[in-house]
Design a protein around this ligand. Sequence first.
Ligand SMILES: C[S@@+](CC[C@H](N)C(=O)[O-])C[C@H]1O[C@@H](n2cnc3c(N)ncnc32)[C@H](O)[C@@H]1O
Length: 295
Amino acid sequence: MKNFMRWLQRSPENKSVHEKHAHTIEGRAEHMLSPVLMNLVEELQQLAVGRAEELLSQLCVGLRSGSKDVDRYRAAENLTAALYPKFKFSEYGRLFLEDRAFLAYYRRFMDAGNWHSLDRKYTLNQLLKLALPLAGDMAECGAYKGMSAYLMCQALQSTGRLVHLFDSFEGLPAPSKWDGDYWTSGALRIPESTLRETLKEFDNYRVYAGWIPERFAEAQERHFCFIHIDVDLYQPTLDSLEFFYPRMCTGGIILMDDYGFTTCPGAKRAADGFFTDKTEPIIMLTTGQALVIKQ
Ligand SMILES: C[S@@+](CC[C@H](N)C(=O)[O-])C[C@H]1O[C@@H](n2cnc3c(N)ncnc32)[C@H](O)[C@@H]1O
């Protein structure tokens, strides 16, 4: 702690911090810092042995009013590297993070503060461009509140083609022995009205409420250019692949939301098993999704 106080005082980078807290640093010293703050510094010293001062210095640079966006990014990157080294920041300045229209769509439908699927929704929306010129409808297995369905309905608007949406509206079924212990029966349960509210500006979709695969037969005469499989578990993922794969047009895309997540081992197992005797490779994306392009 004393080191930190000395460092705060001597480092020119901390001039503003020092001035702001001069009464604390020079006058009443450590006891003016809350125990929480003192613990934080001590824990950081243990977490990043020999680097705590450097990291705090970067944090100060990042927090300084008027600091550059890139400096904040570097501070976040370095602090994250100490706190959760498994996570690797990507290159600074990716344009999709500046896409205001897309951010507005995401904020409109997602719970505040939850950015966990921004990259996946963005990827889905980009892939829809590949599917749009092809013939056929789109479908989603596991529609939930309709965030992905919104993008699919938007893509097919005014084309005369439909989006077919399958969900139990009772949440997940009981996980199988392949599914690990992250998910539980009944998780992600929402009423069908939530989905319909999200999609209220569209009329180019059909909802099939029920357990997959019970209502697939109602879409058996259709062909598809894009399928989104997002059911988290082994059995419904396998059922979805078995039904939709033969109905995909050439060049059609199967996007699997859960394939690359440690929390969804059953979804990966189902896909790996299903595609073993097929010619198409499964392309795993860094977002956690995987896609297959029907040959
Ligand atoms: C992760 S959510 C889907 C999120 C949605 N695709 C989105 O982009 O916002 C998973 C959904 O799959 C549904 N689901 C999972 N297994 C199912 C099954 N066997 N039959 C029907 N629905 C199922 C759940 O009810 C839940 O709504």
